[in-house]
Design a protein around this ligand. Structure first.
Ligand code: ADP
Ligand code: GLC
Length: 490
């Protein structure tokens, strides 16, 4: 049995902008099933509603060293399934805001380096106060990466924290936490650490880079993305440092929380269904078409998209081809997402041009996400890069065949359809070009009409694939043991 402390900036159901939150909400309960003791530490953002999530305040405030002063935080204890304690760090000045990382106009909060440096320090300080003697400190992305540095630079002689190994999980190397060096002083790690192979990056501070240097072990969320990030293009400037880690940089595929994402027991969707009884899927399709203002046509293939509108997701390429697709093919689109204002405008206006055939909701809507997963026939992810991707995994379980660019976790989890044998679980393309995307959507649509017997086999096979957290949790268990060995110099 290991003691694991997980420090993160997001965790379902408390705060979420993307898949990171799904992972931090699901991995700890899966680890506790394996017999480990896990505690999770996250910020208490201004929007976290304590009436929705039962929590109790800890009696003592938490004093966190910030430069030459102490910042005082309140700590609230809530829990995840499996009685995993979640400690929410409350500090109004830093976290009492409506957004996690930016304001409503998408401008990053200028004090982000200070906010997340505080989170990393608070997480470690809380272990000492509780006391919780971690075997491993597990941190996620740039937001908490610095905890690995504080562990080694500040806490090396602490009886509680000194012996702990550390694991940094990179969910997305596109976000590194780069800030002007004027913020460096209060990061508190000293100028000897402001070096190109540690925290310095062309004159700026780079949080993720510091984490890569200091973590005993680093992982990302799929084996293919681990390989891609070792190359100059994929590593976004950090490939040399990841390559320096050698076998101390690995890929572990994410899992799916099937308690939330399974059509046979999903309270959010209109009708339940399973691989052996697909009748409910048609009910879900009809309900989705009706809800989103699409023509209720059971025999027209429906393509779903749920995404952050970010460059990473390749939806600008979809924007180039979707008019042609809608004009040439018998197909419907249901799009849910938000982000890049230009794409919000584009997809927001699409239904106006193709009434009844294209629908969009610009925003964030978890229930609608479940409806689209259940009601669509295909699920489109034309990602430029995709560390793991969760939506294609949900789609597989919902029998909604993924159409994906074969990158990162999409390459690892979707099996290419083979027209001669009916093998596979989805439709993959390699080059992110308008032509390849157009043709692959066309391939899926023609399969729907011309080879329905193949499609049914693909649907049943996709639904039977198992990406449950049990498997991934075993991968993390092995990673923790390895991080501890590395820490002990073995
Ligand atoms: P990323 O973390 O890069 O955004 P993932 O595929 O790992 O990509 O995870 C995305 C998660 O966020 C999924 O749980 C997905 O359902 C959810 N999601 C993304 N955009 C929306 C939206 N507009 N409304 C509801 N859920 C969304
Ligand atoms: C990131 C990635 C996504 C991954 C998620 C959870 O947001 O973009 O591919 O699934 O983290 O690891």
């Amino acid at each position: 049995m290991l003691n694991i402390v997980m420090i993160a900036s997001e965790c379902v159901p408390f705060a979420k902008t993307g898949g990171l939150a799904d992972v931090v909400g699901a991995l700890p309960p899966a680890l506790s099933v394996l017999g480990h003791r896990v505690v999770v530490i996250i910020p208490k953002y201004g929007f976290v509603d304590s009436s929705l999530h039962p929590m109790r305040p800890l009696p003592n405030p938490l004093g966190v060293r910030m430069g030459n002063m102490q910042e005082w935080c309140a700590v609230h204890e809530a829990s995840l399934p499996g009685k995993v304690p979640v400690y929410l760090i409350e500090h109004d000045l830093y976290f009492g805001r409506p957004g996690l990382y930016h304001d409503a106009a998408l401008n990053d909060y200028v004090d982000n380096p200070r906010r997340f440096s505080l989170l990393a320090r608070a997480g470690l300080q809380l272990c000492q106060d509780l006391p919780f003697r971690p075997d491993v400190v597990h941190v996620h992305d740039w937001q908490t990466a610095l905890a690995t540095a504080y562990l080694k630079v500040w806490h090396w002689d602490s009886p509680i924290l000194g012996p702990a190994g550390s694991l940094l999980t990179i969910h997305n190397i596109g976000y590194q936490g780069k800030y002007p060096s004027s913020h460096y002083e209060y990061i508190g790690l000293g100028w000897p650490n402001f070096e190109p192979d540690i925290l310095e990056d062309y004159g700026q501070i780079n949080f993720l880079k510091g984490g890569i240097h200091y973590a005993d072990l680093v992982n990302t969320v799929s084996p293919t993305y681990a390989n891609e990030t070792r190359t100059p293009g994929g590593g976004m400037g950090l490939a040399p440092y990841l390559n320096n880690k050698g076998d101390r940089y690995i890929g572990i595929l994410n899992g799916v929380d099937y308690t939330h994402w399974d059509p046979s027991a999903d309270p959010l969707i209109p009708a339940a269904y399973s691989a052996t009884d697909l009748a409910g899927k048609s009910v879900c399709k009809r309900a989705l078409q009706d809800r989103m203002g699409l023509q209720v046509e059971p025999q027209v293939p429906l393509v779903g998209v749920i995404s952050r509108f970010a460059h990473q997701k390749g939806l600008d390429v979809l924007a180039q081809v979707v008019d042609g697709v809608l004009q040439q093919m018998v197909v419907q689109f249901a799009v849910l997402g938000s982000g890049d204002p230009a794409l919000e405008t584009f997809f927001g206006a699409l239904p106006g041009r193709y009434p009844g055939r294209a629908a969009s909701v610009i925003g964030y809507d978890n229930e609608l996400a479940h409806w689209i997963e259940a009601g669509a026939d295909f699920f489109l992810m034309p990602s430029r890069y995709e560390p793991c991707g969760l939506n294609q995994l949900y789609s597989l379980r919902y029998g909604t065949l993924p159409i994906v660019r074969a990158t990162g976790g999409l390459a690892d989890t979707v099996e290419q359809y083979d027209q001669s044998t009916a093998a596979g679980t989805g439709f993959k393309f390699w080059d992110l070009t308008a032509q390849a995307l157009h043709d692959t959507i066309g391939w899926a649509v023609s399969t729907y009409f011309d080879r329905p017997h193949h499609l049914l086999q693909l649907v049943r096979r996709a639904m039977s694939r198992d990406f449950s957290w049990e498997q991934s949790a075993l991968g993390y268990q092995a990673a923790y043991l390895r991080a501890m060995e590395i820490k002990r110099g073995r």
